[in-house]
Design a protein around this ligand. Structure first.
Ligand SMILES: [Zn+2]
Length: 334
């Protein structure tokens, strides 16, 4: 079995008495079957603010799953002694799904065992022209970024993410999810929707206030915060889909973030990595892995605080909202 799965199974066992385990289906390779598992902790109030952390959507980007597992590991220790976390959990809910695509991680492929890219598989058509292939295609599962056949239900992994989201936060008015990826650029980017269009994100005012809080509180943080569409647009983005469906039923604020770790930096420091299967997407060198695993702790802490103090970004008067929308537009869309 692959090491991240072994680590995850162990944590699940240890944490079962503190939280809820969600079994969201199973997926198979030729010889193995994997349950799709998520964990949640804290308030059972459906309206409580929610933080969701996801990883391992792309099987080659192992570092994403490793970062979420490392956060889950620290969180499991905090549960044992930290009163601040215990108080926080009376008010908010935190969910973890560190390995969304276990068959892809097992097989060392970007896609799942059916050759389908889970970030191109949602029933979403881009509103503008996308980059050929990378933006999602229906040519063949042998080419990366394959969306899956037309008019088919979503793959079980994508459906699992959607079902979990619906169950745990579609009634909440303050939600932030982060999905951890790697493989693009030299800096760590925090992307917000959309992937389907360059049009402004409806919650850009809330996003802007959250960014301002982050910049002021941690002026040396490492992230470039921007709409995904600034870099490229795609068909079938899973988080566009979750976000749009949330918006149909809830007038609250939901920020669906993707953290795209700047893997070109790792390659720059050790160019031979480019010739290995995992090299372009992962830090590989042990000291660089360690550095990456601790790099995002500040973000984790900031997000927990931002959900406990959700009023600081998700609740605004109409006037404040309008002001922040104008600022957001100037900052990101002009
Ligand atoms: Zn990815």
């Amino acid at each position: 079995m692959f090491p991240e799965w072994v680590q995850f199974e162990k944590i699940v066992k240890e944490l079962s008495r503190f939280g809820q385990i969600h079994e969201l289906g199973t997926v198979k390779t030729k010889d193995n079957e994997f349950p799709l598992i998520a964990l949640s902790f804290g308030s059972k109030d459906p309206k409580a603010p929610v933080l969701g952390l996801f990883g391992g959507v792309h099987g080659l980007e192992r570092i994403g799953a490793q970062v979420v597992l490392s956060m889950l590991q620290s969180f499991s220790e905090l549960l044992l002694w930290d009163q601040m976390i215990r108080h926080a959990l009376e008010h908010i809910r935190i969910m973890f799904m560190p390995i969304v695509n276990p068959t892809g991680m097992f097989l060392n492929t970007r896609s799942n065992a059916n050759g389908i890219d889970l970030m191109r598989n949602a029933p979403i058509e881009a509103l503008e022209k996308v980059t050929p292939l990378v933006g999602g295609h229906r040519i063949s599962p042998k080419i990366p970024w394959y969306r899956g056949p037309q008019n088919q239900p979503m793959e079980p992994e994508a459906q699992a993410v959607f079902d979990l989201s619906k169950k745990l936060f579609f009634e909440s008015k303050s939600v932030i999810t982060v999905d951890f990826h790697s493989g693009f650029g030299v800096v760590d980017r925090l992307w917000f929707p959309y992937a389907k269009t360059k049009d402004p994100f409806p919650h850009m005012a809330e996003m802007y206030v959250l960014k301002e809080n982050f910049d002021r509180t941690y002026p040396n943080h490492v992230y470039k915060i921007e709409p995904q569409s600034k870099n490229y647009t795609t068909h079938g983005d899973l988080w566009d889909y979750v976000y749009d469906e949330y918006q149909k039923v809830n007038s609250g604020a939901y920020l669906a973030l993707c953290l795209e770790m700047g893997s070109w930096n790792w390659v720059k420091k050790k160019p031979s990595q480019i010739f290995s299967l995992l090299g372009p997407f992962n830090p590989i060198e042990p000291h660089r892995v360690k550095r990456t695993l601790r790099r995002h702790n500040t973000l984790f802490e900031f997000l927990i605080r931002s959900l406990v103090s959700y009023q600081s970004w998700s609740t605004m008067s109409d006037e404040q909202r309008m002001k922040n929308m104008i600022r957001a537009k100037e900052h990101w869309y002009e």
